[in-house]
Design a protein around this ligand. Structure first.
Ligand code: SF4
Ligand code: SF4
Length: 254
């Protein structure tokens, strides 16, 4: 009996009361790009990056740009930089509502705050049902999406739940780079979700193809036709990144 009480007590402390204030220790989050000048002719960060997330514009005052839609947060660019220009903080608030808004540089160090969508707040602010589709993902993002419902994050407290059928869903949560083998299944799932509905792209793979972007096994036409309402970067995306983005977009008070 004492063992059971101890387990219950331990489970109780896992619950995160304030999801907006929570900051995960040890998390590699937002890139921080300093004003330090780049070493002459250096391209070390570009060369080491596995997902072509770094863009160099040497003639610009802020020559280094990191695209969080591509970045897998591996951290490999940090130690190779001779100018110690790159580092990462533990900020989980990495979401954006447009693809273009996901790029940071020394001149634009912070992502634009997500504006509340009045239309989405009115429609889904108290209840949003999510249908998750892994379109060729590695299961990393899928596990983090599942974690949204666990005792720690308990996103259901705000009426946001994962559902089993697209017929019961309001939003398609897309993870994975969209392989050709999953393209039709993804479209069928989307077609089965009743209007009004939205797409949420989770993880570097879904947003840009990630490290698989150049693979000819992908068919990403779906995203040409249906623009995500929310982009959730990461590899995998952290549950708190998803939570902060969706709460901001829907205007959910803490
Ligand atoms: S942390 Fe991001 S930008 Fe840096 S090497 Fe890894 S993927 Fe590229
Ligand atoms: S940020 Fe660092 S690694 Fe990248 S080009 Fe500049 S000096 Fe080189």
């Amino acid at each position: 009996m004492f063992k059971s009480i101890a387990v219950r007590k331990s489970q109780g402390t896992q619950y995160i009361p304030d999801l907006r204030a929570a900051t995960p220790g040890g998390f590699r989050g937002k890139p921080v790009i300093s004003d330090a000048a780049c070493a002459d002719g250096c391209q070390a960060c570009v060369q080491v990056c596995p997902s072509r997330a770094v863009r160099l514009e040497p003639t610009q005052p802020d020559p280094v740009h990191i695209d969080l839609g591509r970045c897998v947060l591996c951290g490999d660019c940090e130690p190779v930089c001779p100018s110690r220009k790159l580092s990462f903080n533990n900020d989980v608030k990495l979401c954006a509502t447009s693809r273009e808004a996901l790029t940071v540089s020394s001149a634009h160090p912070n992502l634009d705050p997500i504006k509340v969508s009045k239309a989405l707040h009115k429609r889904f602010g108290r209840s949003l049902k999510l249908r998750s589709v892994s379109a060729g993902g590695c299961s990393g993002c899928e596990m983090e999406i599942n974690a949204l419902s666990n005792v720690n994050f308990d996103l259901g407290r705000y009426g946001i739940d994962i559902v089993a059928s697209p017929r019961h869903a309001d939003a398609l949560v897309l993870s994975g780079p969209i392989t050709r083998n999953m393209a039709q299944a993804l479209q069928i799932c989307w077609d089965a979700i009743p209007e009004p509905k939205l797409v949420i792209a989770v993880g570097a793979c879904a947003i840009s193809g990630g490290v698989f972007a150049d693979s000819d096994a992908l068919d990403r036409q779906f995203l040409d036709n249906f623009k995500p309402a929310l982009y959730v970067p990461g590899c995998p995306a952290h549950p708190l990144t998803f939570i902060s983005g969706i709460m901001d977009l829907l205007g959910i008070a803490p």
